[in-house]
Write a protein that binds this ligand. Sequence first.
Ligand SMILES: C[S@@+](CC[C@H](N)C(=O)[O-])C[C@H]1O[C@@H](n2cnc3c(N)ncnc32)[C@H](O)[C@@H]1O
Length: 255
Amino acid sequence: MGERAVAEPMASSSPALPAGVSPTEKRQFVRRLFSTIAPRYDWFNRLASGGLARRWRIRTITEAKLEPGMRVLDVCTGTGDLVFLAAPKVGSTGHVVGLDFTWPMLARAVSKTSRDERHIAWLQGDAQQLPFRHATFDRVLIGFSTRNLSDLRQGLTDMLRIVKDEGQLLVLETGRPAHPVLRVGYWIFLRTVARFVGWALTGRAWPFTYLARSAQGFLTPAQMIALLTSCGATARYVPLSGGLASLYVVRKCPA
Ligand SMILES: C[S@@+](CC[C@H](N)C(=O)[O-])C[C@H]1O[C@@H](n2cnc3c(N)ncnc32)[C@H](O)[C@@H]1O
């Protein structure tokens, strides 16, 4: 299972990760954050999204058009929800790998795996240095974590490297509703209700302050598509629930 996460010192005492922190500091911060909230992550996800997050993951798997025998990688798998949706689609002739660098998140995914799911593998590793050969996977997925990467371009480039030429990368992320009223309502919701739910579940507010701020400060769909294009891909943007979440269906451009 590779290296295990060890408690790392906080790079900064500021809980919500101020602008200007180095990539190393962000990496340490993100790892510490998810180690802290891992025991309550699934509950937070369900309660704060009112079940919408599960619907968005199901839509991601539908758009991936998975078939029996396919090889799938879920980058930043967390507690493995996308893996558990993908595994029945590829069947026992296929293979699904869930990768994450935070051991306490991965440990929960491992504990949710049944004996029948032998075609699932869990791996501790970094999304920006994926330990796989060129063109290994039919599909690469990443859910709600592009905004956590310390170098998004490097992460996307590496994900595109390991997807087959005819394969697809599917990026699911919190969104930016086009309608201004919905957008402002969403930001207020993230900073108040979602943050309160997180605090009530974990006794800590700072992880949820960061999650709200990182969602609000993330790339617009146009910026994300421009970035993916500059990485050598074409991307289709699918707004989910009025843009509360964003799904990008990404293909490599022929070399
Ligand atoms: C918000 S959770 C998303 C989990 C899951 N994909 C889901 O849909 O619920 C983000 C996950 O990304 C992981 N992560 C963040 N940066 C990472 C990196 N550079 N390499 C590997 N995992 C990373 C965190 O450890 C955390 O488990």
